[in-house]
Design a protein around this ligand. Structure first.
Ligand code: PHE
Length: 376
């Protein structure tokens, strides 16, 4: 019988408890993330998500910002065209995300950007480098460099190596690939290089022998392949099978352990540009590498570091905006200046892009090797 008063008390305070939980939940800062956790570019989405989650966990462990904790809602776009629009609309209208983080692949970011823009919800892409992404509107940002820079970096590198005749192999299904080829060619041909062959493929292709055979007849000094790791690995293997010995050159789309798992030694002696190297000895980078390693049992790649930076920059902007109102938050992100991120010092320029250094990586004995940093 003694239990009764306690029960009564508990029942009376239940509504109070519920209201308090609801209020607490309302107080959470809901951040939406869309990423390719499965499918052809799963390596991109899994890494960027790991970095983003690490940042959110750290922020929450430190009490959140403005006394509010973060809730990260992540949706998988399965690496499929068409998915980003659907899931980002859901994140904004249903989950009430106050900002969107993602994607890595430019074509995916380009799909989601108009939806964020229409809803006045800021979007920060960690890694999409095609210039068109942020041109969608004033709510769309990125924290990485853009492809006119990346293309120039690789063209200068090729010219510096003495490569005069280069063949192209471009993925026509990716805005990233089409753009990066274009920017490479612009600089390369303006500086004495010649494009001896211009071949195409589509995301998901498995057989590249026809294109490679036609490239081989032109005897290039190198082949520029600005694709994503899945196709690049197969291209490299098939090129070697056909007796093509010249180096392949590429961009950040090569990043990911999966590249070398499939390519084996066929990319030895090849080079690509990217954003970050875990070999960087700066204390901030080494500290990040340690934390990431402890949580996930693996070293971070570029997308891991960029994902982390994108969430941290959002949190910093929320703090400066004093809240999560879309317009104020947009202004605060746009005002990001000299933010010391893991992937470099980030200042958002008037076109909502970041001007940052690139790194050039070499591949030796089926492993990545940091070669040099190239300032913008
Ligand atoms: N920059 C690529 C794009 O725009 C994506 C990417 C970034 C891939 C970083 C790997 C590493 O599509």
């Amino acid at each position: 019988m003694r239990i009764l008063p306690i029960l009564k008390h508990a029942l009376c305070s239940l509504p109070l408890f519920l209201t308090a939980t609801a209020a607490f939940a309302q107080n959470e800062i809901i951040v939406g993330e869309f990423a390719s956790l499965t499918g052809g570019s799963a390596s991109f989405g899994q890494s960027s998500h790991k970095g983003t989650q690490l940042a959110i966990d750290e922020l929450n462990a430190a009490g959140g910002v403005l006394g509010r904790k973060f809730k990260l809602i992540t949706e998988d776009d399965q690496s499929l065209a068409g998915q980003p629009a659907t899931i980002v609309r859901k994140l904004i209208t249903q989950d009430k995300a106050i900002a969107i983080l993602g994607e890595v692949a430019s074509s995916k970011s380009l799909e989601a950007a108009p939806i964020c823009q229409q809803n006045n919800i800021p979007m920060i892409s960690p890694a999409s480098t095609n210039p068109k992404v942020t041109e969608v509107g004033n709510y769309v940002f990125r924290i990485c460099f853009i492809d006119p820079f990346q293309g120039t970096v690789m063209s200068k590198f090729a010219l510096g190596k003495g490569y005069k005749k280069v063949a192209l192999l471009t993925d026509v299904k990716q805005d990233y690939s089409v753009g990066l080829s274009e920017f490479f060619v612009k600089h390369f041909t303006a500086n004495g290089g010649a494009i001896v062959k211009d071949q195409k493929f589509s995301t998901g292709d498995k057989d590249f022998k026809a294109q490679l055979t036609s490239i081989k007849t032109t005897k290039p000094d190198a082949i520029f392949v600005p694709g994503y790791y899945g196709e690049v690995a197969l291209i490299a293997k098939q090129a070697r099978q056909l007796g093509i010995k010249v180096p392949l050159l590429g961009g950040d789309g090569w990043v990911g352990d999966s590249l070398l798992k499939v390519a084996g030694n066929s990319l030895d002696g090849c080079f690509f540009s990217s954003h970050f190297s875990a070999e960087d000895k700066t204390p901030a980078v080494q500290d990040f590498v340690k934390k990431y390693q402890a949580k996930y049992g693996q070293a971070p790649d570029d997308m891991g570091a960029l994902g982390y930076d994108s969430a941290m920059i959002l949190a910093d902007a929320i703090k400066r905006a004093g809240g999560t109102d879309g317009a104020k938050l947009r202004d605060a992100i746009a005002a990001t200046k000299d933010y010391k991120a893991i992937t470099g010092v980030i200042t958002i320029d008037e076109k909502r892009n970041a001007s940052k250094s690139a790194v050039i990586m070499a591949i030796e004995n089926a492993g990545f090797k940091f070669l040099e940093t190239v300032a913008p």
